[in-house]
Design a protein around this ligand. Sequence first.
Ligand code: AMP
Length: 179
Amino acid sequence: MSDHAAHVERLVRDIADFPKPGIVFKDITPLLADHEGFRSVVLALAAAGRDADGTTTVSKVVGMEARGFIFAAPVALELGVGFVPVRKAGKLPGETHEVSYSLEYGEEVLEVHRDAIAPGERVLLVDDVLATGGTVAATRALVEQCGGEVAGVAVLMELSFLPGRDQLGGAPLTALHTV
Ligand code: AMP
């Protein structure tokens, strides 16, 4: 197993029945508190934004509120490109595109600033966990409303018993660890 996958396995802990009964929550806080582990996963996620020669192939890294921000921002710095936050409704002050999508219970709305991604830009989406894929699908729709293209999706963890992989719209997935 690679170093980063071993770090994810050892330092992301399962919390049963959070935030509601039946959910096993993947708690990343022990990983964030470990400098070596945090650094190693940021470098591994950043590799999803480079080609085989090590050249950066995206011009923005998009992180989804809230835990996606923690990884996407250092990945953007590592790749030498800008960071774009996708936020929950009502948080972004400028003109936004918005997408609503269904959660297990109820609806969620995500927004991005209209001018955050230029037409034709290739972006990398970064989040902590890929579960049903609803968040990635909604974020992809926002990127496409700006005229951008999702060149890849990078997550710490893929929950392979859920169909998240089917929601990527053909973009390649980098998952540092699969459970
Ligand atoms: P989904 O839209 O179903 O793919 O869910 C992904 C989003 O919900 C990510 O932003 C995760 O942070 C969060 N999430 C979903 N399931 C879990 C889980 N079991 N543990 C931690 N976070 C989760």
